[in-house]
Design a protein around this ligand. Structure first.
Ligand SMILES: Cc1cc2nc3c(=O)[nH]c(=O)nc-3n(C[C@H](O)[C@H](O)[C@H](O)COP(=O)(O)O)c2cc1C
Length: 261
């Protein structure tokens, strides 16, 4: 439990106890009833124009999850920005539906992300842990389209949520930065002193803000030195290819359309 605030309700308790399980899931299965409850809950998320511009691929095969999402887990949900159902229903009615390029992509991404986070909260409320992963965007993304038979147009796999029961209890929850994240009434650019406070916050062993705890043993003076010099630089050699692939796939999906202007 993160904090013992008096009057904290069950929903807040669930949210405050959210955490990622980085593939260390046990063999315990998520029951069909629980999976169904998670799906029914996640589609309750708000969605632009009440059109649900997303699709969810439910992955039920552990070996497929491991091979294509890169982690062990019992079930997985791949949330895709998707306008095909909307376009095809329009065509069915002899109407047309304009997918508005980047605007559609951003709006669909918001719809899909809200559904995904709602799924994570619903799962946690049932005692089921989860891991968000964008591993679907690593390597050759076309293999994700092929395996899950995603339409090439108007569809983009945005984020995967792996579900299961944690094999081990983590010693602590990850902390969160507040200063510089939440801005009251207007944006506040941080001063040098405030930036230094952030460096110190990341270094504070009680806060568990960063993604590793042993940066000192690795020879760094600050956690953020490790973050900027090691973590953020990984994959730099394949970045041009990755960027090209993102553009190619988003272009093929018509999400970069400029409507001829
Ligand atoms: C878009 C996104 C992608 C992520 N991808 C991965 C991933 O590929 N592998 C992983 O172990 N964790 C991944 N995570 C989980 C984050 O590492 C985790 O949320 C963060 O470290 C905070 O930890 P917590 O969720 O336990 O509080 C991802 C989270 C998000 C939102």
């Amino acid at each position: 439990m993160v904090c013992g605030v008096i009057g904290m309700n069950e929903t807040l308790k669930t949210i405050y106890n959210l955490r990622s399980v980085h593939g260390d899931f046990s063999s315990k299965e998520v029951t069909p009833d629980d999976l169904n409850a998670i799906l029914n809950a996640c589609i309750r998320a708000a969605n632009a124009s009440a059109r649900q511009s997303y699709s969810i691929i439910v992955v039920e095969d552990r070996s497929v999850i491991k091979e294509f999402l890169g982690y062990d887990g019992d079930k997985a949900l791949i949330f895709c920005v998707d306008y095909n159902r909307i376009v095809n229903t329009a065509r069915h009615l002899n109407h047309s539906y304009q997918v508005e390029g980047m605007i559609a992509f951003i709006t669909g991404s918001v719809d899909a992300t809200l559904a995904a986070q709602t799924a994570a909260i619903a799962a946690k409320s049932l005692g089921i842990d989860s891991l968000f992963t964008n591993s679907i965007h690593r390597g050759d993304m076309r293999r994700i389209y092929k395996q899950f038979e995603l339409p090439q147009k108007h569809c983009f796999p945005l984020i995967a949520l792996i579900l299961g029961y944690s094999a081990t209890e983590p010693k602590h929850l990850k902390g969160r930065l507040k200063k510089g994240v939440i801005h009251y009434n207007r944006y506040h650019s941080l001063t040098d002193e405030e930036l230094e406070n952030i460096v110190q916050e990341y270094d504070d062993p009680q806060k568990h803000l960063g993604s590793i705890d042993n940066w000192k043993e690795r020879g760094f003076t600050h956690y953020l030195e490790w973050f900027y010099s090691v973590w953020s630089k990984r994959g730099a050699n394949v970045l041009p290819e990755r960027l090209d692939q993102f553009y190619e796939i988003l272009k093929r999906a018509d999400f970069l359309e400029t409507l001829g202007k």
